[in-house]
Design a protein around this ligand. Structure first.
Ligand SMILES: [Zn+2]
Length: 412
């Protein structure tokens, strides 16, 4: 009989997939989607279940001021900083079984398999369930020390204040600064997540080794023309804001299609006066542009501005460009990427390097510690939807990569 060593340790796939199914039954919708909005009754029920599982594993469970659930599986070395993994269990209003929940449950399965084989790593393992990832990301922001200290900022769409919400999940708004962590107590954070995009599936790869989470810039672009009668204003005498705006949309698309990994989108537009018989006088639109390199984003935005100035001249309009969001990229540490890639090789799983173009709690964790992320494929790239799907086999593969990566990183 082959003896169990940490090098050939595997998760119990059946148990992992059963735990994914049990959590997904909380907040189940008639269309087979899942609704577990942060702080809702369903979220509370799911949080209770996860804590119960942690306690069954004899993990030390605590809830910090931001309501994050932190389950600790102690390591051999009591003074060594911990290794952390985890994700979120809240969902969008009609989400699926995997977004977030998968990362938490795979983290728990890693602990289960270590515990049943009586293996302790040098470092403790913390499995963290971050509060409200889908809304404010207040859980991971509290850990990185980047919570906006204005409760109004976190007021829920239904009007509930953040103090009440945090109280519901065992947190305390007034003590939020105490939730902050640092490199001295968390040596590294590795998040396992479904890709939520089509890249891995289209490339036929089993695992994604994340290079980093892209930086994101958002702008509000306004185009000022002049509104006038759509019948009596001759074509050559118009200052049509929508004609200019249409050229802006094409310019943004062109920037997105230049060589590189960037994506650029105009996703929102409003037209005034928005009437069939009036030449549009005013357009307001959004620009969202993302890439792993800040320098590359700067250079693309410079090119875009020059192009927009030309459009303004040829269409006789004024185009303004106002920044409204600026998130710096969060890069994954090369040594963690290496540990993930090596784990894939040892498990004979195919992998590729790719950026994450969606936000994750890992981007906040990267502010305070070394960060890495593992992706598994999402069928047809679908996510934030009832049809989100990753096969049981793919869930097992990702969890094995997480297990082997944590074993490598946990040795100190
Ligand atoms: Zn997520």
């Amino acid at each position: 009989m082959k003896s169990i060593t940490t090098a050939n340790l595997l998760v119990n796939g059946d148990r992992l997939n059963k735990s994914i199914a049990s959590l997904a039954s909380i907040g189940r919708l008639p269309n087979s989607g899942v609704k577990r909005i942060a702080y809702s009754t369903e979220d509370l029920e799911a949080r209770t279940l996860v804590q119960q599982w942690m306690k069954e594993l004899e993990m030390e469970v605590k809830i910090d001021a931001a309501g994050n659930i932190i389950g600790k599986y102690p390591g051999k070395n009591p003074v060594a900083s911990a290794l952390a993994t985890g994700s979120h269990i809240d969902t969008v209003p009609c989400g699926g079984n995997y977004d977030g929940a998968y990362g938490v449950l795979a983290g728990l399965e890693v602990v289960r398999v270590l515990q049943e084989n009586q293996i302790r790593l040098e470092r403790s393992i913390e499995v963290i369930v971050f509060t409200d990832e889908e809304g404010s990301m207040i859980g991971s922001k509290a850990i990185s020390g980047r919570v906006v200290r204005d409760p109004q900022y976190y007021r829920r769409p239904d009007g509930t204040d953040i103090q009440t919400c945090l109280k519901r999940v065992g947190g305390n708004w007034d003590k939020i600064p105490q939730a902050r962590r640092n490199l001295e107590d968390i040596a590294a954070f590795v998040e396992l997540h479904v890709e939520q995009g089509p890249v891995l599936e289209s490339m036929g790869k089993q695992i994604g080794v994340i290079e980093g989470i892209v930086g994101q810039r958002r702008f509000n672009i306004t185009v000022k023309g002049s509104a006038n009668h759509a019948g009596t204003t001759p074509m050559q005498m118009r200052c049509d804001a929508l004609v200019a705006a249409s050229q802006v949309v094409l310019a943004v698309n062109q920037i997105g299609n230049t060589p590189g990994q960037q994506v650029a989108t105009v996703g929102k537009m409003s037209v005034l006066p928005n009437a069939a018989n009036v030449v549009p006088g005013w357009v307001e639109m959004s620009l969202d542009i993302r890439d792993l390199s800040s320098l590359h984003l700067d250079s693309l935005l410079k090119q875009l501005r020059i192009h927009l100035e030309e459009i303004a001249v040829t269409t006789n309009t004024q185009i303004r460009f106002n920044p409204c969001l600026h998130n710096e990229p969060a890069l994954a540490e090369p040594y963690i990427q290496k540990a993930i890639a090596l784990s894939c090789e040892n498990l004979s799983l195919s992998y590729t390097y790719l950026p994450s173009r969606a936000s994750h709690d890992a981007q906040e964790m990267a502010q305070i510690t070394d960060m890495g992320m593992i992706f598994v494929p999402s069928k047809m790239g679908v996510s934030h939807d009832a049809n989100e799907y990753t096969s049981p086999e793919q869930c097992i593969q990702g969890a094995n990569v997480l297990l082997q990566t944590l074993i490598k990183l946990g040795k100190i």
